[in-house]
Design a protein around this ligand. Structure first.
Ligand SMILES: C[S@@+](CC[C@H](N)C(=O)[O-])C[C@H]1O[C@@H](n2cnc3c(N)ncnc32)[C@H](O)[C@@H]1O
Length: 278
């Protein structure tokens, strides 16, 4: 779970907001996640837990939230799974789970965790969320904890793809950085509370080298955009959850995920959407 406000990790890269060319976001993010997977898992692995389903840095877990409903005996797809921690929890609850990610290195970590735990390996697929390698109507549930959705240029296409692979009556739940975060700089102190960017500026955040080649790209949608993308894909929005930041968490996640900021503004938006029964 990286999220909008941990994104300065590329250090020397130049930061800008500009449109990305076709394929540029996918190339950049695949390379970025491959290069940064080791550091990401080393830094956040403990907080994520090997087999827990954490929705967001606010510490909301699926075993308390139950946004997916009953998972036992259901076919579940995890989108942008990283180390597949959520998928492992789902399998432990009796779900038949498949997990996929764009980054081969993230999937290596998923396999490494399975091996260390000596568990039945989570079925893993390397794929792009905008082109799912699955047949129509084969899953009951789909979920994503900060995976893929902010990292694609065309998130409307992800919504359509998820709708396609879900059975009628299925549910799709995903968490993303709260769109309001787009307006704020990535700072945990009071400077991170001063609006710096337009909420309405949809140009992606891009880290690029001196030749202008993108090394990382993150895409913004307003709350309204996300709701429309879901509706246009045929979903009905069941809930929009904005978890509050528990004071006792302190500054566990770093960057803009500080307790000071969490007291005042939302960090995560969780969309709960249903595909109507036929
Ligand atoms: C912030 S991590 C979230 C992973 C996991 N849920 C977690 O909380 O650690 C984002 C993940 O999305 C993956 N990702 C980025 N773009 C993707 C795409 N187009 N399709 C599938 N996965 C993608 C990244 O490789 C990365 O593993």
């Amino acid at each position: 779970m990286e999220g909008t406000e941990s994104r300065g990790a590329a250090g020397a890269e130049l930061v800008t907001r500009r449109e990305t060319a076709a394929g540029e976001t996918e190339r950049a993010n695949r390379a970025w996640w491959d290069a940064n997977a080791d550091e990401y898992q080393a830094e956040h692995g403990e907080f994520l837990g090997d087999a827990r389903f954490l929705w967001c840095p606010e510490g909301l877990y699926e075993d308390e939230a139950r946004l997916l409903g009953e998972v036992a005996g259901r076919d579940v797809l995890e989108v942008g799974c990283g180390g597949a921690q959520c998928a492992r929890w789902l399998a432990g609850q009796g779900a038949r789970v498949t997990a996929f990610d764009l980054s081969g290195r993230q999937l290596r970590h998923a396999r490494r965790i399975d091996e260390r735990l000596g568990r039945v390996p989570v079925p893993l697929v390397q794929a792009d969320a905008t082109a799912l390698p699955f047949a129509d109507a084969v899953f009951d549930l789909a979920c994503s904890a900060f995976g893929a959705v902010p990292f694609v240029a065309d998130s409307a296409r992800v919504m359509r793809e998820v709708a396609r692979v879900l059975r009628p009556g299925g549910r799709w739940v995903f968490s993303v950085p709260h769109p309001f975060r787009w307006t704020l700089p990535d700072l945990g102190d009071e400077h991170g509370l001063v609006v710096e960017h337009s909420y309405f500026d949809r140009r992606p955040y891009v880290e690029q080298d001196e030749q202008g080649v993108a090394g990382y790209a993150e895409h913004h949608r307003t709350v309204g955009d996300r709701i429309r993308e879901l509706r246009e894909a045929g979903f009905v929005l069941a809930d929009l959850v904005e978890p509050e930041y528990p004071a006792q968490l302190g500054d566990r996640w770093g960057g803009g995920w500080s307790a000071q900021r969490g007291r005042l503004v939302p960090g995560t938006a969780l969309f709960v959407a249903d595909k109507p029964a036929a």
